[in-house]
Design a protein around this ligand. Structure first.
Ligand code: 3H9
Length: 705
């Protein structure tokens, strides 16, 4: 927030209505200046005999987006938000909150401190604090249950998901939805109608405690204990809501403060706030600052398999026209069917209505077999078989047919984008756009910038990511880019653990307990064991004599156990079961492989499994940063949060390493190297940072000052 104005609050009297406007672009965050401005404004309102009612409103596009997150972790500055809100609530004259755009976190809590609430159409109201590792800390856990009941309050507080103005009206969170879009005018009219009705100040703190709490609190607690995967904030928030139904308002508020301050101090808060700022920082690249993206409205997709169809689905869902090219009409029809079923699933999830789906299929999607149909596209994304020869053939056709100025992108997940670019007559227009499967669901897009890629092509790739509501992360060219390159390394560490005596089931359990969405062997079963096999085959030529080979994985592949799709991989899957059961036969195959490799086995604690897995991830992450494949450690973090199921509350692998201490990670690597100094070579960057007493966050900040 350095260099940014910390905002102001204005006070204006309009026909006996005091209009208090919060102005702190871009989201009217409740900085210290805003808190003290609000406190001054309400002090003035109390003594202003020419004002009988007040309206709190936000300048710009929303009421208030919440507390100022950039203040977190710093010494608190008065006045505190709970005190300011109490001051507003205790006003003897009524106060109206005029809500437009968004009222989030502390912003909604300010609105709950008012006595009446009116919202504009299209408003979102929420308490997203748990997504930052905290909980509402300015009365939200005490006022919300009193206003809307414990169940609705718990749903909003523990999920962090905002509700619409219609839902808010239905639950009693707001009193009115204004007609038209001028919230200021509507709120002043509403205030005047309240005055003519002699409506009193109506503090929520004076309402009785929620009456629906019997059993509800326990139900939420039990549900969250099962689903939270190590995340603490939602469960602590339940304790705060419980206080609201057991204690007086004043006592409940004290308990809320205590729990809030406790969460503020947790590493989870630090991890989640890092994730919040990191995902915004990834798009801020000096190389594209001020560089306008090229226009794109029609895109071409080459290949209609799972990946191509997913990319096309994502594009049409987000308002782009797509021309998809397949080899023959059967394949083109199949691609259309896949896209249609992706859209049907979106309809089922309530993301799309049936009418719009039909319009998309009729108007926005064209499936063809002739490359000539790409003559009017602005950008083409190739998603064909992963073979350099095949890709070059496709790029030769694209080069011939696409108009000048169009962008030629490849969705390759490891091939050399420089080589592909060099095979065309316009390498400056070539870029890698690495989507993750399923491409219409996964939020990550690695933007792979080749040596000759033009800056406005990079800028367009980031604009495309935004248009597709994805998070674009810049990556350089290497085998696997950021994500798959690091994956390949820690995946190897997992295979070493298996060779040395750990079972895949123990490894998966240790890592899901750590917070990963899935363990590595569950991921293999989901992706298909043929994928890993193909990768090993591909890399065999470059293998080092000291590399250890996971022969057990090949053995499963040769048995035709390819994972979920064959009902058998590392786990056995009954029909319809996606969780899978451990298989003793797999353990026998592994035992055989260990015997053949002549390895002596031992047991591993879950802690050591996690330490080895994470040390491998961080070590390769450091190499990726050092080589400039990732611009900053935070780019690695965002790739793992969005593409690899890394627990968000740990902030990403590099943030995790910082929080554990880089010296501790390096010490682990050195210990592991005592038995395998080939695999466990410390990354020079890691050694350097430890020697200098610095960490990855210092690198994130470098160049920002
Ligand atoms: C809280 O309220 C605690 C209280 O209960 C208790 C207190 C005692 N503070 O996302 P955007 C910056 S916890 C500071 O790109 P959008 C953001 O970093 C808070 N800065 O816009 C970015 O900066 P830059 C609960 C903030 O339109 C710029 O604003 N509230 C804050 O895509 C634009 O942001 C939340 O968790 C903030 N609160 O989305 C809401 N918010 O330009 C967090 C944003 O330098 N915010 N910035 O990169 C959001 O979810 C989204 O920003 C929002 C707008 C949906 C509001």
């Amino acid at each position: 927030m350095k260099g940014r104005l910390m905002g102001s609050v204005s006070y204006e009297n309009v026909d006996r209505v005091a209009v208090v406007t919060v102005d702190n672009a871009p989201v009217n965050a409740l900085s210290q200046a805003i808190r003290s401005g609000l406190s001054d404004a309400f002090g003035r309102f109390q003594t202003d005999e020419s004002a009988d009612i007040a309206v709190i409103i936000g300048a710009g596009r929303m009421l208030i987006g919440g507390a100022d997150i950039s203040e977190f972790g710093k010494p608190p500055q008065s006045p505190s938000l709970p005190d300011v809100i109490l001051q507003i609530e205790q006003s003897a004259k009524p106060v109206v909150a005029a809500i437009h755009g968004m009222a989030l976190g502390g912003g909604l809590e300010v609105a709950l401190g008012a006595h009446y609430r009116i919202a504009a159409p299209g408003t979102r109201l929420g308490l997203p604090e748990v997504k930052l590792g905290i909980m509402p800390g300015a009365g939200g856990t005490q006022r919300m249950p009193r206003l809307v009941g414990a169940d609705t309050a718990l749903k909003m507080i523990t999920s962090g998901t905002p509700v619409t103005e219609a839902e808010a009206l239905q639950s009693g969170l707001i009193d009115q939805i204004c007609e038209g879009v001028d919230i200021r005018e509507a709120a002043i009219d509403y205030a005047q109608s309240l005055l003519s009705d002699n409506a009193p100040a109506r503090p929520i703190s004076g309402l009785p405690r929620a009456t629906d709490s019997e059993g509800v609190i326990q139900q939420w607690r039990a549900k969250l204990q099962k689903s939270s995967r190590g995340e603490v904030a939602p469960l602590v928030a339940v304790d705060a809501v419980e206080a609201s139904v057991q204690k007086s308002f004043a006592e409940g508020l004290k308990e809320e403060r205590r729990l809030f301050l406790h969460l503020m101090d947790t590493p989870q808060r630090a991890g989640l706030i890092h994730a919040f700022f990191a995902e915004r920082a990834v798009a801020k690249l000096p190389e594209i600052a001020g560089i306008a993206p090229r226009d794109f409205t029609r895109i071409g997709v080459i290949g209609g398999g799972t990946m191509g169809a997913g990319i096309a689905t994502s594009a049409v869902l987000n308002g782009l026209a797509v021309t998809l090219v397949e080899r023959d009409s059967e394949a083109a029809d199949k691609a259309r069917t896949t896209i249609a079923s992706n859209l049907d699933a979106a309809v089922k999830r309530g993301k799309l209505n049936a009418e719009r789906r039909d319009a998309i299929l009729n108007d926005a999607l064209t499936t063809v077999t002739d490359y000539d149909a790409l003559s009017d596209v602005d950008l083409a994304i190739e998603a064909v078989f992963e073979s350099m020869d095949v890709k070059k053939e496709v790029f030769a056709k694209l080069d011939e047919i696409l108009p000048r100025g169009a962008i030629l992108a490849t969705n390759t997940s490891y091939l050399d984008v420089d080589e592909i670019a060099a095979s065309t007559s316009r390498p400056e227009d070539v870029i890698g756009l690495h989507f993750f499967s399923p491409a219409h669901i996964m939020k990550l897009l690695e933007v792979v910038v080749a040596g000759k890629t033009a800056p406005d092509v990079v800028s367009t790739a980031f604009a495309l990511a935004k248009k597709l509501r994805k998070t674009g992360v810049r990556a350089g060219v290497c085998d696997g880019f950021i994500g798959n390159r690091i994956l390949s390394h820690y995946r190897t560490a997992a295979d070493h653990l298996v060779l040395d005596g750990a079972s895949p089931y123990q490894i998966d359990k240790a890592l899901t307990d750590f917070g990963f969405a899935m363990g590595p062997y569950q991921v293999s079963d989901l992706a298909g064991l043929d994928i890993g096999y193909a990768t090993r085959q591909r890399k065999a030529a470059d293998a080092h004599p000291r590399d250890r080979y996971p022969a057990f994985a090949d053995a499963l592949y040769h048995k035709g156990w390819l994972g979920q799709k064959t009902g058998h991989g590392y786990y056995i899957y009954e029909k319809g079961d996606r969780k899978g059961q451990p298989d003793p036969e797999v353990e026998q195959i592994i035992a055989q492989a260990r015997k053949e490799a002549g390895t002596s086995t031992r047991t591993f604690t879950d802690d050591e499994i996690v330490r080895r897995y994470m040390a491998a991830m961080v070590n390769e992450g450091a190499r990726v940063v050092e080589a400039g494949i990732a611009q900053r450690p935070l780019d690695v973090d965002v790739v793992f949060l969005y593409g690899y199921g890394f627990p968000r509350w740990r902030g990403g692998p590099m943030k995790y390493a910082d929080m554990r201490g880089l010296d501790s990670i390096l010490a682990d690597i050195r210990t592991f190297a005592e038995t395998d100094d080939h695999f466990w070579t410390p990354a020079p960057l890691l050694e350097k940072l430890v020697a200098e007493g610095r960490n990855f966050d210092n690198l994130n900040k470098a160049g920002k000052e």
